[in-house]
Design a protein around this ligand. Structure first.
Ligand code: PEP
Length: 249
């Protein structure tokens, strides 16, 4: 069965609640494509107004992070039940910016993955190499490690519903998109890794996105690749361009 494409915007730390609602109103008609899953991953404070603004549309709302405990003395964190109660269905986990600036590790990503599944939230688990790792020829070793640790204890049935975003760090926010061949090669490698951990059926079901300076011009070729099931889009998700990316065909 063909995998359904998933195109998610990662708003990062942009847009106040009122600006967020205005952006949703602008993008709503532009992203109305029922052939793909459309997700807006927004800052925590924007979640409730964005969920409200997206009611009756094809847009699903995601969070950009989540903590792995149920509740308690974790000042500043957001619990999974808070997200589901607010209407969130996806969560970005292990984005390279969180790994770099907020000491996120594959071990904490794994704890968050398990918690997300427990609460019925679909994780979009990010992985990707630095430019140095690419030049050293260890891209796939590094990513396999991120995927293997991230999925520890995740069942095959859960893994089938997961989304993995391959995001080469050197391509994020830099305007340098990986070539189609580079992106396809790593996404295929990630799928093989999932097949090794689980089985072919799980590998065939899991959705793998490419992320890193995706724009309206690069999306059609990237998303046409056999192992690329859509994109995680940063900068271009805040503009009307996102509509063109969602309607890439
Ligand atoms: C991202 O934030 O995940 C991302 C890929 O950003 P950009 O599209 O701006 O490179």
């Amino acid at each position: 069965m063909a995998r359904r494409k998933i195109i998610a915007g990662n708003w990062k730390m942009n847009k106040t609640p009122s600006e967020a609602v205005a952006l949703v109103e602008e993008l709503k008609p532009l992203v109305a494509n029922d052939d793909v899953d459309v997700v807006f991953c927004v800052p925590a404070i924007d979640i409730i107004p964005v969920v409200e603004a997206c009611k009756g549309t094809n847009i699903q709302v995601g969070a950009e992070n989540m903590y792995f405990e149920e509740s308690g003395a974790y000042t500043g964190e957001i619990a999974p039940a808070m997200l589901t109660d607010a209407g969130v269905s996806y969560v970005v986990l292990g984005h390279s910016e969180r790994r770099e600036y907020f000491a996120e590790t594959s071990e904490t990503v794994n704890k968050k993955m398990l918690k997300a599944f427990e609460h019925g939230i679909t994780p979009i688990m990010c992985c990707g190499e630095t430019l140095e790792q690419r030049e050293q020829g260890v891209t796939m070793d590094f990513i396999r490690q991120q995927v293997k640790v991230g999925f520890l204890g995740v069942t095959a049935d859960q893994a089938k519903t997961a989304v993995i975003a391959y995001e080469p760090i050197w391509a994020i926010g830099t305007g340098k998109t990986a070539t189609t061949e580079q992106a396809q090669e790593v996404c295929a490698g990630i799928r093989s890794c999932i097949a090794e951990i689980y089985d072919e059926a799980t590998a065939e079901a899991v959705r793998i996105q490419y992320g890193g300076s995706v724009n309206a011009a690069t999306a059609p070729e990237l998303f046409a690749q056999a192992d690329i099931d859509g994109g995680l889009v940063g900068g271009a998700s805040l503009k009307a361009d996102f509509g063109k990316i969602v309607n890439y065909k």
